[in-house]
Write a protein that binds this ligand. Structure first.
Ligand code: 13P
Length: 250
């Protein structure tokens, strides 16, 4: 498969200034030369300037955990894509299920955030995924259609040439209950097929990451699936050795 593997750590709201500096330093120190996997980290926003200095000239990409749906102005608490660019962020997570569920982000808002990332040359990592209730109601594909559809309607399928998708089943996030490799592959293949129906070339190229309780001991089998191109890692990305082991598995 021509797609390069990508593993991104989502640190969420964890750590201290000192611990996050150490985590990044330990990851950088442990990266093997000529690593064939693209690697990114998304620290809490306030740690981005220091992280940016630390990764300059290194093979790690820096990302944010969210990005504003506006360019500038009276939007208290938001950080624009151009601000992220200024600090060397080339990635931004959008539509994480915690943003959707806890902070009420709608499909339309997520699509608008995605659009701003694209417009400013920041690669959005669009998170999609169903809750346990939705899976048990056989609504997984309908949820994916809705979440992906909002973005494709606003930005078009070609925008995915500059984006990454992350399938993160909500029931697998932080629960220790990972999707089986078959469950992951089924949904990843579905996502790719939906994209292929609009543009086969884009579908063949877009990286689709899996997220949800990825650990060093299950990463290889998940990443071994034909449509799984890497991972978006939460808890295990807070430990340099675990994160590096997952990167190597990719
Ligand atoms: P965990 O790896 O802790 O399950 O988190 C996954 C996630 O939400 C990454 O964005």
């Amino acid at each position: 498969m021509a797609r390069r593997p990508l593993v991104v750590g989502n640190w969420k709201m964890n750590g201290t200034r000192t611990s996050s500096q150490k985590l990044l330093a330990d990851i950088l120190a442990g990266l093997p030369d000529g690593c064939a996997t693209d690697i990114g980290v998304c620290p809490p926003a306030i740690f981005i300037p220091e992280a940016s200095a630390a990764v300059t000239g290194k093979l790690i990409r820096l990302g944010a955990q969210n990005v504003a749906d506006q360019d500038q102005g009276a939007f208290t608490g938001e950080i624009s894509a151009s601000m992220l660019r200024e600090f060397g962020c080339s990635l931004a997570i959008v539509g994480h299920s915690e943003r959707r569920a806890i902070y009420g982000e709608t499909d339309a808002l997520v699509a608008a955030r995605y659009a701003k990332a694209i417009a400013h040359g920041v690669t959005p990592i669009l998170c999609v995924g169903e809750t346990l209730e939705e899976r048990e109601a056989n609504a997984t594909f309908a949820v994916i259609d809705r979440q992906l559809g909002a973005v494709l309607d606003l930005c078009g399928v070609e925008s995915l040439q500059d984006a990454v998708i992350a399938y993160e089943p909500v029931w697998a996030i932080g629960t220790g209950r990972t999707a089986s490799k078959e469950q992951a592959q089924e949904v990843h293949a579905y996502i790719r097929a939906q994209i292929a129906a609009r543009n086969a070339d884009v579908a063949a190229k877009v990286q689709i990451l899996y997220g949800g309780s990825v650990k060093p001991d299950n990463a290889a089998e998940l990443f071994g699936q034909p449509d799984v191109d890497g991972g978006l890692i939460g808890g295990a990305s807070l430990d340099a050795q675990s994160f590096l082991a997952i990167c190597l598995a990719a």
